[in-house]
Design a protein around this ligand. Structure first.
Ligand code: XUL
Ligand code: CO
Length: 461
């Protein structure tokens, strides 16, 4: 059996070039200072904010309050640039590639320097991103505790907070047939034990949310799969997690992150409406909200903003993994979102529902494997933060101008009076509606004016 625990050969720092990063005051990004707001920056000034001004007020709140940006640890501090066809490419001079506590601590210190220089207030992680997995649960928990001690210290020192934590229930071979949907109850139990610890850690670090992404909760072949058993077990797992959350007094919001496919051919948490239907079917909808990732939304065949719109309409939009894909590729490329139209449509949803707190905009994004330098990590985040800041300002102008919201409101005005008001209030029935049609005949044809709306939006871009 292969070992997941740190081995004696990698129990320390792998060489002198890494040792300087072991010092508590080591600098990981020399030459890059705190990123500043410089609205008159030129096109090549990609290491300054030109749109994101954290203290600027938009619709009664600061940009920082609306946007609640977060850096994810897995892509940004565990990504190497390796892909199924090639080896690591990214220059991360502190990372010796070893599975040691010393290396984990260097990555974490690098992370907090990065968050602070960027000026984001939140971070996110999976349990196994920040600490090595051991050969037993007890060993893994011990490593995690040691790293969480440091995370707690760095959070205190920098003021950076934990937007959400999650458990990696998909990478280890034990989870190859699923975690809570695994046909083997022994694996279900392991996943439960791992999430129990994950919740304790989340509570300790003051996580404002806790995410469940069902990375292997689905199937590749229906021939070997009992769908009813699997989704029922998943619901039982969520119920137990919710019970334990209450038991330990963890107050963060539980979020499920939909994704239609990859790694399995069919994932049970296909998209926002599917997850909402699942939660309602198992009476879990009061315990959970959704963490929407637009790259997953487009993989499900929807437009970028669709799942944010649907989740919000149902009162279930809890947080956003704000990335983008390449719809021409058809897999999860986790790119940094740079498109103003996409960010405007998402921020319109956030604005209309009164904010995303206690969720945020988490950059579940990775730099391209060709973007090898440390400055590329900054440029990517800055560009995406600027895109969302610009999107916020556009959405705010759409709202304060009022033309588009008023036009949409007018489009539904027939429900305010007469027969429409009786439908709204639930008083109307089929017999009454039939009588209404016999008396009033054919409805008038009313233009949907899609092009008019598209042109109006472009006015604000
Ligand atoms: C995978 C994905 C995950 C979740 C957390 O596609 O988005 O990183 O965000 O497990
Ligand atoms: Co995600």
């Amino acid at each position: 059996m292969s070992s997941f625990a740190p081995t004696s050969s990698d129990s320390g720092s792998a060489g002198a070039q890494y040792e300087k990063y072991d010092a508590p005051d080591a600098e990981f990004f020399p030459g890059i200072g705190k990123i500043e707001f410089k609205p008159d920056g030129g096109p090549a000034d990609t290491l300054v904010y030109k749109q994101y001004n954290p203290s600027e007020t938009v619709q009664g709140r600061t940009m920082e309050e609306w946007l609640r940006f977060s850096v994810c640890f897995w892509h940004t501090f565990r990504g190497t640039g390796a892909d199924p066809f090639g080896f690591p490419t990214l220059n991360r001079p502190w990372d010796d590639g070893s599975n040691t506590i010393a290396n984990a601590k260097r990555r974490l210190r690098a992370g907090f320097e990065f968050f602070s220089k960027l000026g984001v207030k939140y971070w996110t992680f999976h349990d196994r991103d920040i600490a090595p997995e051991g050969n037993t649960l007890e060993e893994s928990n011990k490593y995690l505790d040691e790293i969480v001690d440091l995370a707690e210290e760095l959070q205190k020192k920098t003021g950076v907070k934990l937007l959400w934590a999650t458990c990696n229930l998909f990478a280890h071979p034990r989870y190859m047939n699923g975690a809570s949907t695994n046909p083997d109850a022994h694996v279900f139990a392991y996943a439960a034990a791992q999430v129990k610890k994950g919740l304790e850690v989340a509570k300790r670090l003051g996580a404002e949310n806790f995410v469940f992404w069902g990375g292997r909760e689905g199937y590749h072949s229906i021939l070997n799969t009992n769908v009813k058993a699997e989704v029922t077990h998943m619901a039982k797992f969520f119920r137990m997690a919710s019970d334990y959350k209450k038991k330990i007094g963890f107050t963060g919001t539980f979020l499920i992150e939909p994704k239609p496919k990859e790694p399995t051919k069919h994932q049970y948490d296909y998209d926002a409406m599917t997850v909402i239907g699942f939660l309602k079917s198992f009476d879990l909808d009061k315990e959970f909200k959704l963490n929407i990732e637009p790259n997953h939304t487009t993989l499900a065949g929807h437009s970028y903003e669709h799942d944010c719109v649907v989740a919000s309409a149902m009162g279930m939009l809890g947080s956003i993994d704000s990335n983008t894909g390449s719809p021409d590729l058809g897999w999860d490329t986790d790119q940094f979102p740079m498109d103003y139209k996409n960010t405007s449509l998402v921020m319109k949803v956030v604005l209309d529902q009164g904010g995303i707190q206690p969720g945020g905009l988490n950059f579940d994004c990775k730099v391209r494997r060709e973007s090898t330098e440390l400055r590329d990590m900054f440029i990517a985040h800055i560009g995406a933060m600027d895109a969302f800041a610009r999107g916020l300002k556009i959405a705010a102008r759409v709202a304060s101008d009022g033309t588009i919201p008023k036009a949409v409101q007018d489009r539904y005005s027939s429900y305010s009076t007469g027969i429409g008001a009786r439908i709204e209030s639930g008083e109307a029935n089929f017999e009454e509606l039939e009588k209404y049609i016999i008396e009033n005949g054919e409805p008038q044809r009313v233009s949907g004016e899609q092009e008019h709306y598209e042109s109006m939006l472009n006015y604000f871009m």
